[in-house]
Ligand binder design. Structure first.
Ligand SMILES: Nc1nc2c(ncn2[C@@H]2O[C@H](COP(=O)(O)OP(=O)(O)OP(=O)(O)O)[C@@H](O)[C@H]2O)c(=O)[nH]1
Length: 439
């Protein structure tokens, strides 16, 4: 669907100055514009060293020009890449020159990818995977995003949607021939046996959503405990810098602070919270309210208590794992098995063990090998809808085949909304706003 639209351009490489900057142009006018800047264009997909000039003949720089005729290009349109020296003035001059062409403008966030989607070069899950790949900071985030960008999830969802369509076709056939004696009733049995398998496959897949979201968004680890337990000191020790204010005044931390850690390739978001105690002080009370809200949303809680005092094991609204940690081991020598772990943020003792416990926790959560996991709430919600529709179809044995077929249609529609096979216009603005300009 290559329509007569505006040609877009943007700096697609990173911050300046840099050794090389890549400017990408896409649209019907990409080739004439590139020709005007660089003279004769090289053969498709081959780099040509060219002098890039303004239309007044002023030399901007010498650089490589590559052309990718549509539809065999990233966006599906004619695309050009110009590689120039990554100086701010060089890039500004080139962008300035591009802006002067008619029907040619700076791209919006994610507009290259959006055109790729519209031209059928990628589906929605692949587009999301690409956005995640660009922002991936840890090894596991990279692997998960690559799986999505390369179509791992889409292939699965398309195969499921096809099975649903096939099932409906068989049901339709049975409805059409219901009066004839020679149609075997077992066609329908076959369909429902397969739909039972599908129900199991979707629910198994959904069970991986927790892990997918943890890999993408990071494991939420919250440090909680009484005032002065040493929470901020642990946060600083793990961050290896002064993130949180540490004083001997109980109730120092008021707001929720967080740092990002990379533990063996997994992203971990570590939160420091206000000390939990009864207080009438308004700001501290608000801090404690926020602390409890953060704990309720945690994947794992580190419950800190100075050695000798009791570590809290239950937190309102939190049902996950709590690790109890006895703190200030340097001033409380000797053994105690009251806690899961003893640490001293002052000397660093026990921190390697804490790191190891976090690593083990992550590994236990990620027992599975495949990274074809749903990683966004959007995926989880639509998969849930699809699963419920399959369940409804299976459970309505006493109702007409047409009603059961309609449930299967709904199940396929929900899957189609994940990959964007089915109308998703309402979602696109949200999804593309996550992208940077130039992608
Ligand atoms: N000796 C020793 N002192 C520590 C250790 N960790 C923290 N402290 C001291 O304990 C006091 C409280 O530490 P913080 O890290 O601010 O404690 P907190 O739990 O964040 O306190 P609130 O913000 O009040 O909730 C400070 O005086 C720290 O220097 C430790 O490992 N050893």
């Amino acid at each position: 669907m290559v329509t007569m639209n505006e040609t877009i351009y943007a700096l697609s490489s990173g911050g300046l100055p840099a050794g090389v900057a890549v400017i990408r142009i896409s649209g019907n006018l990409a080739f004439p514009i590139a020709g005007s800047l660089a003279g004769a264009l090289p053969a498709p997909r081959q780099a040509g060293l060219k002098t890039i000039r303004t239309r007044n003949g002023l030399v901007i720089d010498r650089g490589l020009v590559l052309i990718f005729p549509g539809p065999a290009s990233f966006t599906g349109e004619d695309c050009v890449e110009i590689h120039v020296h990554g100086g701010k003035a060089v890039v500004n001059a080139l962008l300035q020159e591009l802006s002067a062409f008619e029907h040619c403008r700076l791209a919006e966030h994610g507009e290259f990818s959006r055109r790729a989607l519209e031209n059928g070069k990628m589906d929605l899950v692949e587009v999301e995977g690409l956005a995640d790949l660009i922002s991936a900071e840890t090894e596991m985030q990279r692997r998960l995003a690559l799986e999505h960008a390369a179509g791992g999830l889409s292939g699965l969802y398309n195969a499921w949607a096809d099975r649903l369509t096939r099932a409906r076709a068989l049901i339709e056939a049975e409805l059409d021939f219901a009066d004839e004696d020679d149609v075997p009733g077992s066609v329908s049995d076959m369909v429902w046996a397969d739909m039972k398998r599908l129900r199991l496959e979707i629910s198994d897949h959904l069970a991986g959503a927790d892990l997918g979201e943890i890999i993408r968004d990071g494991l939420k680890v919250v440090i909680a405990g009484a005032p002065n337990a040493g929470k901020s000191s642990l946060m600083n020790a793990l961050a290896k810098r002064e993130v949180a204010i540490v004083t001997d005044i109980a109730g120092t931390t008021r707001d929720v602070l967080h740092i990002d850690l990379n533990i063996e390739g997994y992203a971990v978001k570590l939160y420091d919270t206000a000390g939990l105690r009864e207080t009438d002080e308004i700001v501290e009370r608000e801090g404690i309210r926020r602390a409890l809200r953060t704990v309720a949303d945690a994947d794992l809680v580190l419950s800190l208590a100075e050695i000798g005092s009791e570590a809290q094991r239950n937190f309102p609204g939190f049902v996950g794992k709590v690790l109890t940690i006895g703190t200030k081991a340097d001033i409380h020598p000797g053994e105690t098995n009251q806690y899961d772990l003893l640490i001293s943020s002052a000397t660093g003792s026990g921190l390697a063990e804490l790191h190891e416990l976090l690593r083990q926790d992550l590994q236990a959560r990620s027992g599975m090998l495949s990274l074809a996991l749903p990683s966004r709430l959007r995926h989880r919600t639509l998969l849930g809808e699809s699963l419920r529709a399959v369940e409804a179809a299976l459970a309505s044995e006493d109702r007409g085949l047409d009603i059961r077929a309609e449930y299967l249609r709904q199940a396929a529609t929900s899957l189609g909304r994940i990959t964007g096979r089915v109308d998703v216009e309402d979602l696109l603005d949200v999804i593309f706003s996550e992208f940077c300009i130039g992608k």
